[in-house]
Structure formats: C-alpha cells, structure tokens
Write a protein that binds this ligand. Structure first.
Ligand SMILES: Nc1nc2c(ncn2[C@@H]2O[C@H](COP(=O)(O)OP(=O)(O)OP(=O)(O)O)[C@@H](O)[C@H]2O)c(=O)[nH]1
Ligand SMILES: [Mg+2]
Length: 443
C-alpha cells in the first residue's frame, strides 16, 4: 500500500512538505511531474500538475528516495512546495486522484520504519518525543535514546538472560542427569545480578518520564491569596481570572512552560476553604488532587489567612514551598509562627522577591531532573515491562531448577520476552497501535 501525508504543520507556511511512501511512489511522481524520476536523493526543481486538468499547481522540489535507503525503507518521495492552503489541498487532491495511494494514519511513516527494521521501538518512540519537544532537556533525552544508549543496555541484559537459557537448555540433551549444583548456583547468582541491574534502572526517581511529560507544579492555598496572580506572572499572560472576590478560580487551569530550559506544567487551583457551594467544593477536591499528583507544591497564603497553616500539615512536605504574598500591604507583618517552614515573602503585585522564588524552583527542578544514568525510562509501558521482567526472574529464583526444570526455563523466557517488549523484539502487534496512535499524521 502506498501512503501520503502532509508532514509539515497544517496551515499557511513558507514551505510545506508532502511525503509519499510505498511501491506506487515511483509512478505517482512521474504522473504529477509529467517527466522521469529525478536522481535519487537529489533536489530537483520540478513543475507539479493537476493530473486531470493538466493545470500547473506549483513548482517545487522533488526528492526521490528509492528503497531501501529511505526513512520507511520503502520507495519514498518528498514534495517541497509553497505552503499555501490552496496549493496543499490541490496537490493532495491530485495525489488522491491518481488512485495509487491513501492518506497515512497518524505515525504510519515511523511505524513502517519500525516494521521494516529501520529503527527499533525505543527510537520510534523517541522520534515522537523529539517532535513534541518544547525544551532543550527534552531534545537531549530524545536524542540520547535515538542514539541507541537505552536500546543497547536493554538488549545487553536480554542477551544475558538468553545466554542463561542456552546453558539450561543444554540439559535437554541429557534428560536423565541433573544440572550440577555449582552450575545451578552460578545461574541463580547471574539471575540475581540481572535483577539488581534492572532494579537500578527502575530506581530513577522517574526522571525520564518527568522530562518527557513535564515537571508538575501545583499552586495551592486559600482563596484570594494570589494563586492566579502568580500563575499569570509565571506564564507572562492572563491564563487565569484575577479578582478580589474570594473563590474566583473554581477549576484547574494548566499551562505548559519552558522554565529556564526545563519543561514544566503549572496548575492554578481553586482556593481551599470550607464551602457550601457544590461547584466550589468540586474545585477544591480537584485542587487537593493536583497537589497530591504534583512534583512540587507552591503553597501560597497572604497575611489575611495565616490561620490557613492548619492545613499545611496535609499539603506540606519536602517538595513544597511556602510563599507569603502581598508583602506590599501597608500593614504587612511577617507571621513569625510560620518561620519554621522557611517561607518566601513576596509581592506579586509589586514583583518583589519573585526572582528568589524562581531561583528556588529552578534549584529544585535541577536537582530532580538531572541524572547520571544514560538509560531513560520515558514511559509507564517500559516500567511495567521491566517490573514484569523482575517478577519472572524472582519466580525463577524461587524454584528448584532440577525439580521444576520446565517451569523455570519458562520463567526465564517470560523475563526475556518482557525485556524484548521494551525494545520491540516480541509481541509487536499488541503494542504497535497504542504507540503509533500518539503520533500526528505525516510522521
Ligand atoms: N496588594 C496585593 N494584592 C495582590 C497581590 N497579589 C494578588 N493580589 C490581589 O489579590 C486578589 C486575589 O488575587 P488572585 O490572584 O485572584 O487570588 P487567588 O488566590 O487566585 O484567589 P481564588 O481564585 O479566589 O482562590 C486580587 O485582587 C489581586 O489583585 C499582591 O502581591 N499584593
Ligand atoms: Mg484564582
């Protein structure tokens, strides 16, 4: 099947790129250019025609990538044309009218690259992450995975398990004999080492996932303390409504920010108080939920609601920062009873001391997002497969190898299969669609 899609962003642009992949690419390009194929991988300025009317649609660059030297591994072409909506839609219509292809599904080009052995599953996922990257640290992480560091590590461990399986299966030739004690002891030791190695990878403070999806910061506190004002200050725009009426924010408002190179998702929440209003109560419930899920809580109060610190025991832990706002008020008095929480006294209105607060946030971000490991677990899927691998290794360890030989070898096979799932070596179909559906069309 031949597929095509607009691979650049939809809408008006200087240049738009349409990608075509599949066996009909060759004849399709000939039809719309009304000439022979250009030299492979050479930019060729060519006229592109409406195949039904012979009207000129545009003049653009045609790139021809014969199989197997293309992104998908199939015959591929790229058309670089002027990025107007009219040119794009006219060209797409004419490509469809050739009846040689259909529109690609989301992520289908990358899926083909994976199926045709051009890239492994980790790399395919990392390409998706690179496309979605908003900060340098996300680019670095995706590029690390694309370079294959995680793949090599997981493959090395998987091969170790397969090697142990090989040692054990040698017994099949001598079914009457037991595997000698020293050999079984060695095997168990090796399995234990593998288990430790995987556990070390899993003990990563979820850095990979935080970098990929963004570090979550929740702004929480009583009504009217300036949560929304602080949110707007961070976002440099009016994300939330600010008013002197207590209980203005009722829902959770989220914004993605590039915080000095770190990807951050900030949530502004409803002010926490005892309320009879059911909508407000729902909002407060959500506020608590956001606070719980957050990697960092900014608890903000003002001099009028110092008594709120009764709630602090629930909201406050080492990943929380206490902020006392409105220091500009003429009768402001620092609440001494809160000193033990090391609060930041600020005024959002006068922009006083916010730089210190921002420095503290950056410090916390840096501490929690930097890691020495070069193996990144960027998805829950990897974590689940690695945990399942450990469980199978543990099942294996708990067995007497000679007495339960078949079950023990099966444990090792399942362990290897779980590692294989991470890199895409087995059970492909079941994971394929869930992964590539997250992509957008044309990738
Ligand atoms: N004087 C002074 N007023 C401030 C400051 N920050 C915010 N305010 C005012 O305090 C009021 C409440 O601000 P918001 O940002 O809406 O407070 P909130 O915590 O989001 O309130 P709710 O959404 O009702 O929970 C508004 O009138 C703001 O202009 C400050 O630093 N100083
Ligand atoms: Mg608010």
């Amino acid at each position: 099947m031949t597929i095509f899609a607009l691979s650049s962003a939809p809408g008006q642009s200087g240049v738009a790129v349409i990608r075509i992949s599949g066996p009909e690419t060759r004849s399709l390009i000939k039809m719309i250019t009304k000439k022979n194929l250009p030299l492979p991988r050479t930019a060729d300025l060519s006229k592109l025609y409406n195949i039904n009317t012979s009207d000129l649609i545009d003049e653009g660059i045609v790139l021809w990538f014969p199989s197997p030297n293309s992104y998908t591994g199939e015959d591929m072409a790229e058309l670089h044309v002027h990025g107007s909506r009219a040119v794009i839609s006219s060209l797409q219509n004419t490509i469809l009218n050739t009846k040689k292809c259909r529109i690609a599904e989301p992520g289908e080009f990358t899926k083909l690259a994976f199926i045709n052995g051009k890239i492994n599953l980790l790399k395919a996922e990392a390409i998706g992450d690179l496309i979605a990257a908003e900060t340098q640290i996300q680019i670095d992480q995706a590029q690390n995975i694309i370079r294959g560091k995680s793949f090599s590590k997981f493959e090395k461990i998987r091969k170790k398990i397969i090697k142990i399986l090989g040692t054990m299966e040698a017994k099949i030739d001598f079914p009457e004999e037991d595997i000698p004690n020293d050999v079984t002891k060695n095997i168990k030791k090796e399995v234990e080492n593998i288990e430790t190695e995987i556990k070390k990878i899993l003990d990563d403070n979820k850095v990979g996932e935080k970098i990929r999806s963004g570090f979550k910061i929740a702004i929480v506190g009583p009504p009217n303390s300036g949560k929304s004002s602080l949110m707007n200050y961070f976002s440099k725009r009016d994300v939330s409504i600010v008013s002197e009426i207590a209980g203005t924010t009722r829902d959770v408002l989220e914004t993605h920010l590039n915080f000095d190179g770190f990807p951050v998702i900030i949530s502004d929440t409803a002010g926490i108080r005892a309320s009879k209003d059911i909508i407000e109560r729902e909002g407060i419930k959500l506020a608590f939920k956001k606070a719980e899920e957050a990697d960092l809580r900014i608890v903000i109060i003002d001099p009028n609601n110092v008594e709120f610190f009764g709630f602090l025991n629930d909201l406050f832990d080492k990943s929380s920062i206490l902020v006392i706002n409105k220091t500009d008020l003429h009768d402001f008095k620092f609440p001494e009873q809160l000193k033990k929480y090391n609060p930041f006294s600020i005024s959002v209105l006068k922009e006083t001391n916010i730089d210190k607060l921002i420095s503290e946030i950056k410090f916390i971000l840096k501490k929690s997002l930097y890691t020495n490991t070069d193996v990144f677990i960027t998805r829950e899927r990897h974590r689940i497969d690695l945990n399942n691998c450990i469980l199978s290794l543990q099942d294996f360890k708990n067995k007497n190898i000679n007495e339960e030989f078949d079950k023990a070898t099966e444990d090792l096979r399942v362990a290897a299969r779980n590692l294989g799932k991470v890199v895409g070596k087995v059970d492909i179909e079941e994971i394929l669609s869930s992964i590539f559906n997250d992509f957008c069309i044309g990738k």
